[in-house]
Ligand binder design. Structure first.
Ligand SMILES: *Cc1c(COP(=O)(O)O)cnc(C)c1O
Length: 396
């Protein structure tokens, strides 16, 4: 099938939520290079929305996937023990604040689990706290509960009245607004350490520390959504580790499976001890295939110090982007390999993404006219240099 045939099929049969997509269908990948049907090569600096941390056809991913498939078992259900699930949970506990982990299939599912855990914690303690406060311009997913937590009218408007009750938003990086919003029914504060979809906006370290203190003083739980910032992307396994602010519950997904669908909720003993048999579950969550691949990828990335690598490469790329001499760039911000280039209103980020694609480079956008760059963590210096040159040219 050629691209126009695929396009026609999609247009006629797929639900119209993605509209006119970018005019390409990738059919093969190797390293940080994607190939379309005509064999044209593209250097990838978006990693399928911060997912493919190990790029394409990496032995740690492909090898584990093939080996698991050849065992004949992709899924057995959570009625039985699942070895890679147990091992992956142990690896996550060893390397984070968490004492317990639960696996689902996506970021939204992980956030649903996090909100359920928070509510169950207070229910188990006979407390009336149930409200969850998140931030304006946040993004937490597309399910009904995560839409209610996502502080953006664009995502919420079609689905009002929002479900569940008790979810509200306050301005990000504004501790006074948060203080004014809490009451004796507030259970948890849900925040991204860096707002990804919202425009690659890092939290102010003082703000996160103040939120932690506020939670401690008022018996509320702190939930970090690290679906986008997690798995070495920002220069530490999880971003909270660089902020030095430890949550009670944290979610992970995107980069966790390096391309297979997996999400995780991580919790401290304090929270996890409130959970009883039957409180949560999933058919596919924690399945053998997803866990085998995620485990192999996680082991590889830890063994090769991907955090240091992301930090170093991110600093290099950020420096190169800041050095671009263009009046269309307003600001370059982010952490490690999650970078946002804020463009002037006169220069649409979506237009730049198209121009980059024509030049053989894949990048993304975020809200607020931001060009979002989240490369596979294995990207090489020459590829980043070529991208910077292409962006300089596309901005002309
Ligand atoms: C992408 C994202 C989600 C949603 O993840 P899905 O896998 O699409 O459900 C949630 N939170 C953040 C911060 C994200 O970036």
């Amino acid at each position: 099938m050629n691209l126009s045939e695929i396009k026609a099929l999609d247009k006629e049969n797929f639900l119209g939520v993605f509209g006119e997509r970018l005019p390409v269908c990738f059919v093969r990948g190797e390293g940080c290079t994607l190939y379309d049907q005509d064999g044209k090569a593209y250097t990838d600096l978006f990693a399928g929305i911060a997912v493919n941390a190990l790029g394409y056809n990496h032995p740690a991913v492909t090898g584990a996937l093939v080996a698991q498939a050849q065992s004949g078992i992709l899924h057995t259900s959570n009625l039985y023990y699942v070895q890679p699930q147990a091992e992956l949970a142990a690896l996550l506990c060893e390397n984070t604040f968490a004492d317990r982990v639960f696996f689902g299939n996506s970021g939204a599912e992980a956030n649903e689990g996090a909100m359920k855990l928070a509510r169950k914690y207070f229910y188990a303690h006979g407390s009336k706290r149930y409200k969850i406060i998140s931030a304006d311009h946040s993004f937490h997913g597309r399910t009904l509960a995560t839409v209610a937590a996502t502080g953006h009218d664009y995502y919420q408007a079609p689905y009002r009245p929002l479900l569940p009750q008790g979810l509200s938003q306050v301005p990000y990086n504004d501790i006074d607004a948060l203080k004014a919003a809490i009451d004796d029914e507030t259970a948890a504060i849900l925040l991204e350490p860096i707002q990804g979809e919202g425009g690659v906006t890092p939290a102010d370290p003082k703000y996160l520390k103040a939120v932690r203190a506020l939670c401690d003083e008022n018996d509320m739980l702190l939930i970090f959504d690290e679906v986008q910032t997690g798995v070495h992307r920002t220069g530490s396994l999880y971003c909270y580790q660089q902020y030095g602010v430890v949550p009670d519950i944290m979610t992970s997904a995107k980069g966790l499976g390096c391309g297979v669908a997996i999400g995780a909720v991580l919790a401290s003993d304090k929270v996890a001890s409130a959970i009883s048999i039957g409180d949560h579950g999933s058919t596919f969550g924690g399945n053998t295939l997803a866990c085998a691949v995620a485990l192999s990828a996680m082991r590889y990335m830890l063994a090769h110090d991907f955090s240091a690598m992301a930090k170093e490469k991110g600093a290099y790329l950020m420096g190169a982007l800041k050095a671009i001499d263009s009046d269309k760039i307003v600001e370059v911000r982010g952490m490690g390999m999650l970078i946002g280039v804020q463009l002037a209103d006169s220069c649409a980020a979506s237009g730049i993404v198209r121009k980059l694609l024509e030049r053989g480079f894949v990048a993304g956008t975020a809200s607020g006219n931001v060009l979002r760059i989240a490369p596979p963590l294995i990207i090489e210096k020459e590829q980043m240099d070529a991208f910077t040159a292409a962006l300089t040219d596309a901005l002309k």
